[in-house]
Design a protein around this ligand. Structure first.
Ligand code: SF4
Length: 65
């Protein structure tokens, strides 16, 4: 299992700017809670799922099996 950044540097910069503007909360969802702090609960659950391979919702990170 490996987590890597999206190779698209422009997208990475955009998402990171969005995170910075929201106190490290996910810029792709409207709600703000402990669950939306990056890495958000949704992606942490995807990381824990041995069957999951793919991007997080914002496409900042990619999980390889
Ligand atoms: S892990 Fe991805 S989807 Fe979750 S908050 Fe961070 S950038 Fe957004």
């Amino acid at each position: 299992m490996k987590i890597r950044l999206n190779p698209d540097q422009e997208l990475v910069n955009t998402v990171k700017a969005g995170l910075a503007a929201r106190g490290n909360h996910c810029p792709c969802v409207r709600e703000m809670s402990d669950d939306t702090l990056c890495m958000c609960k949704q992606f942490r659950e995807q990381i824990a799922d041995p069957e999951f391979e793919g991007y997080c919702h914002c496409m900042l990170y990619y999980k390889e099996k």
